[in-house]
Design a protein. Structure first.
Length: 135
């Protein structure tokens, strides 16, 4: 099979209705190396960088699961952009997204989502007059 490892995807293909950060980033636990009180942070297999995880809320009315975790490999803990005043949820977008399918412990197909960064929605997108056109 030609596809092996993480598959690059666009943020909007994964989260057509956007997502909301439900908190901040936490270090991801390396389960094989951690034991009891001894916490070891997971490292990204490709880059060797520490892995951070954030839970987001998917507002898609047809989503099977509203709460989703997204991993980000980064040298320092990523920071969630500033959200609307008084709101417990912050709209965000992820950059450099990949999806890795796997079979979970229940024998069902599941997906691991990873990104290279996080930003406020709409930042860094081409506008209508600067839209890229494939040649």
């Amino acid at each position: 099979m030609a596809l092996q490892g993480p598959i690059p995807v666009e943020f909007g293909h994964v989260f057509a209705h956007g997502v909301f950060a439900a908190g901040g980033f936490e270090p991801m636990r390396e389960f094989d190396a951690s034991s009891g009180e001894r916490f070891v942070q997971a490292k990204d297999k490709a880059s060797g960088l520490p892995v951070w995880v954030i839970e987001v809320i998917d507002p898609d009315p047809q989503a099977r699961s509203r709460a989703v975790k997204v991993k980000v490999a980064a040298p320092v803990q990523p920071v969630v952009p500033t959200g609307p005043p008084g709101s417990p949820f912050v709209p965000v977008e992820f950059t450099g997204m990949t999806v890795t399918p796997y079979v979970n412990q229940a024998g069902r197909l599941a997906y691991s989502l990873k990104a290279t960064g996080i930003r406020a929605p709409g930042r860094g997108r081409p506008g209508p007059e600067t839209r890229e056109v494939a040649a």
